[in-house]
Write a protein that binds this ligand. Structure first.
Ligand code: SAH
Length: 293
């Protein structure tokens, strides 16, 4: 691995990220955490003095992430669990007496990504995301072993999340930051997300061009006149408003073809009605030439 400054070109390697659960009571939370980690592509779990582990309950809750549990490392203390880490971030619902650098989950994800790049470029350092006990969280001593704290901005009336849910929120942000860094604006190959900024690339049919739009407005105006809806002698703002409406929508060329097909159909209908070639609206079967209406 080459040494040097962190560079944009280095793909974020989430295997440098370790989620550390401190003194967890409920093995179900350990299993649910393993599942959250696998969902988010973070492979490493460290357990500090878990109260009930190994456990079948943890395995059941991990579902298809039992491999994360099988690889999980158990440590007697937090100091030992983060000994190889160059960045340690502790998750806490409460602000402590002494102010500490506090990050949102999104800021936390950016710090994690920058540290992954630095650590990868220099080939040294792991990153720990530390989560506390279900009942009492992290002790002050444990929080002081962290470079940063991360707080999920939850409801002030009840800001303490379930442990595995808190892990999921923080790891989700790390994953999104990683995908954005990798230029994955589609956020997942099999479920492309709509992004107005790259709509042209996303859409299946090209946008109608200026020429097509002008032909459409011409056609629209002609059809509206034929329907007696629009009076060119007294146009008001009808056509500018139509231009503004369709300009906002930016139809694609197939949509414009469909609209023009509708207009042609309406024109034909009006022509036949005017020629007395259609049954009248109350279904009497009588022809209704325009001049008799
Ligand atoms: N009652 C404890 C919270 C325990 S929840 C307390 O008040 O500290 C278990 C763990 O989930 C916490 O130690 C913390 O790591 C994480 N957690 C829960 N809610 C969180 C939040 N809003 N922000 C950051 N971490 C949170």
């Amino acid at each position: 691995m080459s040494k040097g400054k962190p560079s944009q070109s280095i793909a974020p390697d989430l295997s440098r990220v370790h989620v550390v659960l401190v003194n967890t009571s409920h093995p179900g939370n350990i299993g649910a955490t393993a599942r959250a980690l696998k969902n988010m592509g973070i492979p490493n779990l460290r357990l500090v003095d878990p109260r009930d582990y190994p456990s079948d309950v943890a395995m059941w809750r991990a579902v298809s992430a039992t491999d994360v549990l099988e690889r999980a490392k158990v440590f007697p203390t937090l100091v030992e669990a983060v000994a190889d880490c160059s960045m340690v971030i502790g998750a806490s619902a409460r602000s402590r007496r002494m102010p500490w650098p506090m990050l949102s989950p999104r800021q936390c994800a950016r710090h994690v990504l920058e540290e992954i790049q630095r650590a990868t470029a220099e080939d040294s350092g792991q990153i720990a995301l530390v989560f506390g006990r279900e009942d009492t969280g992290l002790t002050n001593d444990e929080l002081q072993q962290c470079h940063y704290h991360v707080q999920i901005p939850a409801n002030e009336d009840y800001s303490s999340l379930n442990l595995a849910a808190a892990v999921m929120v923080v790891c989700y942000e790390v994953r999104v930051a990683m995908l954005e860094h990798a230029g994955e604006t589609r956020l997942g190959a099999d479920a492309p997300m709509y992004d107005p900024a790259s709509e042209d690339e996303y859409w299946d049919v090209p946008k109608a061009d200026g020429h097509q739009m002008e032909l459409f407005y011409e056609h629209l105006e002609k059809a509206l006149v034929a329907m007696d809806f629009h009076d060119p002698e007294n146009p008001r703002l009808l056509m500018p408003r139509m231009r503004r409406l369709f300009g906002r929508i930016r139809p694609d060329s197939m949509e414009i073809n469909i609209l023009r097909g509708v207009l042609t159909y309406v024109e034909e209908h009006v022509r036949r009605a005017n020629a007395g070639d259609l049954p009248d609206a109350d279904n009497t079967g009588n022809k209704t030439p325009k001049d008799t209406k």
